[in-house]
Design a protein around this ligand. Structure first.
Ligand code: SAM
Length: 372
C-alpha cells in the first residue's frame, strides 16, 4: 500500500508576517473590521494533538502513526499565550475559549488557566474563560480546572449509544467515561455544561432524540445541548453536503418528541439558535453554520497552537503573531499589529459558500490546529 500523503504539513506554515504601523496608538477596545464587526471572542488552540480520531475532524486515514504533530518548541508557551490574551483583552475581547486538539492533553493546563484568570478588560473585569473538550480526562481534572479559574466547559458528545459513540470517536472510547466527566464538571461547579453533538446524516442522526432525552431527564437545566451541522472545515474529512442534516430537521425531530418554544438570542454574535422545552426541562439549541451562515456578526478570532492568528474557521492563511512575540517586539507594537489585522478582516466564508461563490483551490486550515 502507498504511504499516506499528508498534504497538510506545508499549510501549517502558510502565514503572513503582521505589519507594525509606524505610528503606534493605544488600544481603544473598539476595534471593528471592514464589515463593522467587533472583536470579542478569542479561541486559543493549546495543542494540535487529540486522543480521538473523529472522522469529521481528524480521520485516522490522515492522522495516523506517521503524522507529525507540531514539536514542543513550536507551541506558544503559557507566558506567550497570556501576553497575547492580555493584548486582545485591551482590544475588546471578553471571552477566551481553550481548545485544540484536545486541550486537556496539554500538560499543566491549569497553570495556563491560572495565568489567564489574571487578565482584565479595560474596565477591570476578568474574562469569561471556558474550554471545549472531548471529556475523556474531565472526570480526573474538573475540580483542578475549576480551582484554577475555569468558569465553564463545553463537552463534545456525538452519541449516547455506546456503539455509535465508539464508532464516532474511532478509538473505541466508551461513552460512560464522558458521561462521568460531565457529572464531575457539574459537581465542580463548571455549570451550565454545554454539550455539543455534531450530526452526520446516516451516521449518528438517530441519536438526536435519545441524547436530548437523556440530557433533559438526567441533568435537567444543568446541561445545555447544542446540535452542530457537520461542516466543511479543513481538507481531510471528505465533507459532502448530503451528509449534513440541516438544523431545521433536527428541530422538527425534537419538536415531535418534546414541545419547544423559541428563545431570543442572549448576546450579539451568538452562534446558536435556542429553544426551551415547554415543560421547563431546560433548553436546546442548533448551530447551523452550513444552512444559515452567521458571518455577519462573527466576532471571533482564533490563535493556533503555534501562534498564528486566524480570522475565520475556514481561512487558508494565518498571521504569524509568534514571530512578533519571539522577535522582541513591545506590547504596543504587537497590539498595533493585531489592530491592523482585525481592521483589514473581510472573511465571510459561510455566506459565500451559501451563495455558491467560493474561490477554488483554497486549501482550508484544519480545525484541530486552529481550534474548534
Ligand atoms: N477536542 C476538543 C473536543 O472534542 O471538543 C476540542 C477540539 S474540537 C476540534 C472542537 C469541536 O469542533 C468539537 O465539538 C467537534 O465536534 C467540532 N468539530 C470538529 N470538526 C467538525 C466538523 N467538520 N463539523 C462540525 N463540527 C466539528
Amino acid at each position: 500500500m502507498a504511504d499516506t500523503v499528508i498534504p497538510l504539513a506545508d499549510l501549517r506554515y502558510a502565514a503572513a508576517m503582521p505589519r507594525i504601523p509606524v505610528v503606534l496608538t493605544p488600544a481603544s477596545g473598539l476595534l471593528s473590521d471592514t464589515r463593522g464587526r467587533p472583536l470579542r471572542d478569542l479561541r486559543i488552540s493549546v495543542t494540535d494533538r487529540c486522543n480521538f480520531r473523529c472522522s469529521y475532524c481528524m480521520p485516522k486515514s490522515v492522522f495516523d502513526s506517521q503524522y507529525r504533530f507540531l514539536p514542543q518548541t513550536s507551541l506558544l508557551s503559557f507566558e506567550e499565550i497570556t501576553r497575547t490574551a492580555r493584548l486582545f483583552a485591551a482590544h475588546g475581547v471578553s471571552k477566551l475559549r481553550l481548545t485544540g486538539g484536545e486541550p486537556l492533553l496539554r500538560k499543566h493546563l491549569e497553570r495556563l488557566i491560572e495565568q489567564l484568570a489574571t487578565v482584565r478588560t479595560p474596565e477591570g473585569e476578568s474574562l469569561d474563560i471556558t474550554l471545549t473538550t472531548n471529556a475523556s480526562l474531565l472526570e480526573r481534572k474538573a475540580a483542578a480546572l475549576k480551582a484554577a479559574g475555569l468558569q465553564r466547559v463545553t463537552v463534545s458528545l456525538d452519541a449516547l449509544d455506546d456503539a455509535t459513540f465508539r464508532q464516532m470517536n474511532d478509538v473505541d472510547f466508551p461513552v460512560a467515561d464522558v458521561l462521568r466527566g460531565i457529572d464531575a464538571a457539574l459537581r465542580a461547579g463548571l455549570a451550565p455544561v454545554k454539550v455539543n453533538m455534531v450530526v452526520k446524516r446516516g451516521v449518528n442522526d438517530q441519536q438526536i432524540v435519545p441524547l436530548a432525552r437523556h440530557v433533559r431527564d438526567y441533568w435537567g437545566t444543568g446541561v445545555v445541548l447544542r446540535f452542530i451541522e457537520y461542516m466543511d472545515v479543513g481538507a481531510s474529512n471528505g465533507w459532502r453536503m448530503d451528509e449534513v442534516l440541516p438544523s431545521a430537521q433536527v428541530i422538527e425531530r425534537l419538536a415531535q418528541a418534546f414541545p419547544l418554544v423559541p428563545l431570543q438570542a442572549s448576546a450579539p454574535g451568538e452562534t446558536a439558535k435556542r429553544w426551551r422545552y415547554a415543560d421547563g426541562a431546560g433548553e436546546v439549541g442548533v448551530i447551523s453554520s452550513v444552512t444559515q451562515a452567521f458571518c455577519h456578526d462573527c466576532n471571533r478570532a482564533r490563535l493556533s497552537t503555534e501562534g498564528k492568528l486566524f480570522l475565520c474557521l475556514f481561512a487558508s492563511r494565518g498571521h504569524d503573531l509568534r514571530a512578533l512575540l519571539r522577535a522582541g517586539h513591545s506590547d504596543d507594537e504587537i497590539s498595533n499589529a493585531i489592530g491592523l489585522i482585525w481592521q483589514g478582516r473581510d472573511d465571510r466564508y459561510s455566506e459565500l459558500r451559501g451563495a455558491g461563490q467560493l474561490p477554488v483551490n483554497e486549501r482550508r486550515v484544519e480545525m484541530h490546529y486552529i481550534g474548534g
